[in-house]
Design a protein around this ligand. Structure first.
Ligand code: ATP
Length: 499
């Protein structure tokens, strides 16, 4: 059997293996050669030496095939040839080998290029594969032995200890305009890791659901049998510090490069930590090159993470960046309702609405209020009334911000944002540059206050309730398809929260 036939047979066997699409293409383009060190292809008895070279298209293919497939390929070769086989994977982009004369009739003529000295260097480098200076990509990988160890032992432990919060699922996540994009992107990533948005970068303020979405992606990955690793950047930093200290960077790399989905929380904290950034850079590259999914969370967009290395920042921007903004009143009420139901705690609508009106920017705090209310009510054994809710929340002192926005404040903020006069916005003028801000103001008032359609109409020149309803619905629809409008509304809301 010549090498071309042997390789075809190997590929046929691999047809039945769960092989990823990229590796498959590389293997189909690969070329099996006899190791030149052994001279002719077969001995006089038609026996192979058992030593082969597999030439793959590029350095990356070389790394991945070596790490993932070399063992399997050697096993297949041994079975096909009924003798032990040893394989060295080489990259076609490194100094290419010249083939023994006897083989030159086969597929390859394109690689017969090197001068003798180059060939010698090449063969030397192949035979001392593990001793030569590693390339950048190779450096980023852990050694094959280490990865195998991980595959066999610690990887299982790591996955078993993967502490994903059971409550943080997609089902328990309430979607509103403020987090719609982040939620949709997370869902897409969970359904097809490594295929849609890679990396996915989620950012937003404190307590707005970033970790919740990370865990939700993780749960789905685990359910489909993938290796998921959730880690805070603090944990990543500690691990790398310890790895350097105890000389266990090989294990560290093996661990991080063996995952299918890497979820990293609070990435902003690695900025300025040189070794951590360096290591994360290599981890990122390795996983990305293997089409493994990376999801990163931060309290700010990549551009705003000062002192983050440029090469990392640009990588964070390769995929999709999705923001999570403070939720509007309706979403806050929906979240409270769901949380109360989960606690089997019956809370009347007016109290839900009261709490949602007081805590506007942090869902963790919103949940905290609900818990406080429950504890307070149980302690005082009282009925759940609005007065009790007021007392519960103010008695615990954490919420003395009378944050109720009123219609007037919102109208003023919108007029100011669009540089138009409040009078014009509330008047009869029908110019486009006035009509749009007016509709936005109506929408925001409807979202953030208890004002009725009629009251809003009165504020805007005595318009009737159907006009207000139409405006609110129009803005609601447009928000989902117009990112500029979405951004503008978020800006206005942020200004209102700040003032
Ligand atoms: N849209 C949502 N639906 C339901 N619960 C939510 C939603 N957003 C946030 N939460 C809840 O709010 C709490 C805080 O969320 P989470 O820890 O994910 O916030 P975070 O953005 O990661 O905050 P931090 O920046 O402090 O890490 C969690 O209990 C989470 O379940």
């Amino acid at each position: 059997m010549n090498t071309a036939t042997i390789w075809r047979t190997v590929l046929e066997h691999l047809e039945h293996s769960p092989i990823d699409a990229v590796s498959k293409t590389w293997l189909q383009d690969a070329q099996l050669l006899n190791s030149p060190a052994m001279g002719e292809e077969t001995s006089t008895h038609g026996q192979h030496s058992g030593l082969f070279l597999l030439q793959v298209p590029n350095d990356l293919a070389c790394d991945v095939i070596t790490k993932r497939w070399q063992g399997i390929l050697e096993q297949l070769l041994s079975e096909i040839l009924s003798q032990p086989a040893q394989l060295t994977v080489i990259s076609a982009t490194q100094a290419p080998p010249s083939r023994p004369r006897s083989e030159r009739g086969e597929r390859e003529v394109r690689h017969q290029t090197s001068a003798q000295s180059a060939q010698q260097t090449y063969y030397d480098s192949v035979s001392s594969h593990t001793q030569r200076t590693p390339t950048q990509t190779e450096f980023a990988y852990a050694s094959r032995e280490r990865l195998d160890e991980w595959d066999n032992e610690q990887r299982t432990n790591m996955l078993m200890n993967n502490r994903l919060n059971q409550r943080y699922t997609f089902d328990a996540f309430i979607v509103g305009n403020s987090n719609r994009l982040a939620h949709a992107a997370s869902l897409a990533v969970a359904e097809a890791p490594g295929e849609s948005y890679n990396p996915l970068f989620l950012y937003g303020g404190v307590g707005l659901g970033k970790t919740h979405l990370l865990h939700a992606i993780g749960h789905q990955g685990v359910q489909t049998g993938l290796a998921v690793l959730y880690v805070s950047s603090e944990q990543f930093t500690n691990e790398i510090v310890n790895a350097i200290r105890y000389r266990t960077t090989e294990e560290f790399r093996a661990k991080y490069r063996s995952v299918d989905i890497l979820l990293v929380d609070d990435i902003q904290f690695i900025a300025g930590k040189e070794s951590t950034e360096e290591e994360f850079f290599h981890t990122f590259n390795s996983l990305y090159e293997m089409s493994k999914q990376i999801v990163i969370c931060s309290d700010r967009p990549p551009k705003a993470i000062v002192s983050l290395e440029e090469r990392l920042r640009s990588r964070f921007e390769w995929g999709l960046i999705a923001d999570i903004q403070p939720p509007d009143l309706e979403t806050r009420m929906a979240i409270l309702r769901v949380k109360a139901d989960l606690l089997h705690y019956h809370v009347p609508d007016e109290i839900i609405s009261y709490i949602a009106g007081r805590v506007q920017t942090n869902i963790r705090e919103l949940e905290g209020c609900l818990n406080r209310l429950m504890a307070y009510q149980q302690l005082h054994r009282s009925d759940l009334t609005l007065d009790v809710a007021r007392a519960a929340i103010s008695s615990l002192g954490n919420d003395n911000r009378e944050t109720h926005l009123n219609s007037q404040q919102i109208a003023e903020a919108v007029a100011e944002y669009y540089h138009i006069s409040l009078e014009a916005m509330c008047g009869k003028q029908r110019d486009k540059y006035i009509v749009m801000p007016r509709q936005i103001a109506m929408y925001l008032i409807r979202q953030e206050t208890q004002a009725s359609l009629l009251e809003i109409g009165q504020l805007f020149g005595g318009r009737d309730h159907s006009t207000v309803l139409h405006a609110c619905e129009k803005i609601d629809r447009t928000l989902n398809i117009n990112p500029t409008l979405r951004r503008e509304i978020i800006d206005i809301r942020e200004q209102l929260m700040r003032s």
